[in-house]
Write a protein that binds this ligand. Structure first.
Ligand SMILES: O[C@H]1[C@H](O)[C@@H](O)[C@H](O)[C@@H](O)[C@H]1O
Length: 546
């Protein structure tokens, strides 16, 4: 490989900007980078690991989804009285609170104890939480069960996408991580479906909670026999285990290529010192904030998670029931199924687009789409004349209303654009951070998600009452609009890049143009048949925009 800087090859018809992107190799000898994952056919082992890890996504969706149906059918089963509105809120919010608490420490725990043991620990939390709820006859036991279950949700919501991104071949890393989101939205859909079916069954809510034990037990059992990620083993200095997992993952790859890859990962792995986990955590927090590429990753990771929550999706999941009732749909469970079904279907579409079209593009399609849909809803609410007093809606005219129909259609449009972009992309967060701060970085981003979810869930009704539904939807639209600008300037294209290459992109700026050029280049290399393991690719250690 030559010592001169490497110019990304460009086609004539491509953007002129691409010509100005220069990629410099770190040294002449280093030609091992990114070889191994090119055009690797996906092995049954990677599929198994992905599906087992993403059961956590299912639990996240199911456990946050079943509660709205359960609250309807609990009736007087707790303390022999109807639940007050405040008690309902506590039961609902307890899981988000639990998730917020554990998400703060789960990343560090994943680095210290491993990803797999932490996921198995989350299974234990799901188990204890579910048993507390199933046997609850008192409100406080139910709330405690929901909190403990939330501990599990927080750990799983962080570690499952982290685990998947660390085992995935880079060209389909996005897709494999979206499988977690598919299970998540599928879990919400199934929870609403089961909830609707069990609504009128005596103690049906206990069955609903009990069903959550099935995936927990399956995940735990599988993990007894499966390994951790190769990158975790490299972090711990256990290179032999890392090689063993890579060999099982890439069955047709020569041993020397595997060895090269592990050496490469080991050379890039600069573990953060610390005598005990607390000092280590503190040093990682410092590293996260003081190294510019880490700090940029943090801005993107937390920014996207905040956008996901502050554009109002979760509050809409609850509120859509009331809206649909205004135009004659009396069955709020059916409504939730339509909205969460749209969420699921468009997450599936994101699955097909995320690596091909790229994360950046689907975000830049999704957010403006959401903005328009929210603006239309805000206008329609104005003409519908809906008011809120207490927790219930008062509509000026009941029955069939054309503005009501407009709202329904645009809520579904909003759900579609949401699921396509911001509902899915933030969970790709692990790829933003280098190995040494990946745990703590994803912790901060996940905690932002749960904090946002708590804030929105607890202020939504107040917003409806104080600034009207039109004001509330206009607020969400404004957030979505500003978020489009944020993503345009700050979110680089990361599809097809090695996890280790992302830091190069973020080193001296957000480097949007360079990222797009590099992502295109990687895709072109694959398309041109760069399938041979020995093929040399230049390691991208420095990217300069001139
Ligand atoms: O990505 C997920 C998904 O979009 C869910 O539908 C939503 O309830 C969660 O809050 C979010 O994190």
């Amino acid at each position: 490989m030559s010592t001169s800087t490497l110019q990304i090859e460009t086609r004539q018809d491509e953007d002129e900007d691409e010509d100005r992107i220069v990629i410099k190799p770190v040294n002449d000898e280093d030609d091992t980078s990114v070889i191994i994952t090119f055009n690797q056919s996906i092995s049954p082992f990677i599929i198994t690991l992905t599906f087992v890890a993403s059961i956590s996504g299912f639990m996240f969706g199911y456990d946050t989804g079943y509660i709205s149906s359960a609250l309807i059918s609990i009736n007087k089963d707790l303390d022999n009285k109807e639940l007050t509105y405040g008690e309902r809120e506590i039961i609902t919010a307890a899981t988000s609170l639990g998730a917020l608490i554990t998400s703060i420490g789960a990343g560090t725990a994943a680095d210290v104890f491993g990803r797999r043991p932490c996921l198995m620990f989350s299974n234990l939390m799901f188990l204890i939480g579910a048993i507390l709820q199933i046997t609850a006859h008192r409100f406080w036991q139910m709330a405690a069960g929901r909190l403990v279950m939330g501990f599990g949700v927080g750990i799983g919501s962080l570690i499952s996408p982290l685990f998947i991104s660390e085992i995935a071949p880079k060209m389909i890393r996005g897709r494999l991580t979206v499988i977690n989101s598919l299970w998540l939205t599928g879990g919400q859909l199934i929870a609403y479906g089961c909830g609707a079916g069990l609504n009128h069954v005596n103690n049906g809510w206990r069955i609903l909670v009990g069903l959550s034990l099935v995936p927990t037990v399956i995940q735990f059992t599988f993990f007894c026999f499966l390994p951790d990620t190769p990158r975790y083993y490299v972090m711990k200095g256990d290179l032999e285990k890392a090689k063993m997992v890579l060999k099982r993952s890439y069955v047709n790859t020569d041993d020397d290529v595997i060895d090269q890859k592990v050496d490469e990962l080991a050379s890039l792995n600069q573990s953060i010192p610390g005598r005990n986990p607390i000092i280590k955590f503190w040093n990682m927090v410092k590293e996260l904030h003081m190294v510019p590429s880490n700090f940029r990753a943090l801005i993107i990771g937390c920014g996207l998670q905040a956008i996901q929550q502050f554009t109002g999706w979760n509050s809409l999941m609850y509120f859509s029931g009331t809206i649909f009732e205004t135009v004659g749909f009396k069955n709020s469970s059916a409504v939730s199924i339509i909205v969460s079904g749209t969420n699921f279907i468009f997450t599936l579409i994101a699955f097909f687009c995320i690596d091909k079209i790229g994360r950046r593009y689907i975000l830049l399609i999704g957010l403006p789409g959401m903005t328009i849909a929210l603006v239309v809803c805000a206008i329609a609410f104005h003409f519908l004349g809906i008011k809120f007093s207490g927790a219930s809606a008062v509509v000026a005219s009941t029955g069939f209303s054309s503005w009501g129909i407009v709202i329904i259609i645009f809520i579904i449009v909003y759900a579609a654009f949401y699921a396509l972009g911001i509902g899915t992309v933030p969970w790709q967060q692990s790829e933003l951070f280098p190995q040494n701060v990946r745990g703590v970085g994803t912790s901060f981003a996940t905690a932002t998600n749960w904090a946002g979810s708590l804030v929105i869930a607890s202020t939504f009704l107040t917003m409806l009452q104080n600034i009207t539904p039109t004001g509330t939807f206009a607020f969400f639209a404004a957030v979505a609009c500003l978020s489009t600008i944020f993503c345009y300037f700050c979110y680089p294209e990361l599809s097809g890049l090695e996890l280790e290459e992302v830091q190069t992109i973020l080193k001296d700026g957000f480097n949007i143009k360079a990222s797009k050029a590099l992502a295109k280049k990687r895709k072109r290399q694959v398309a041109q048949g760069a399938v041979h393991h020995k093929l040399k690719f230049e390691p991208t250690q420095e990217i300069v925009e001139s």
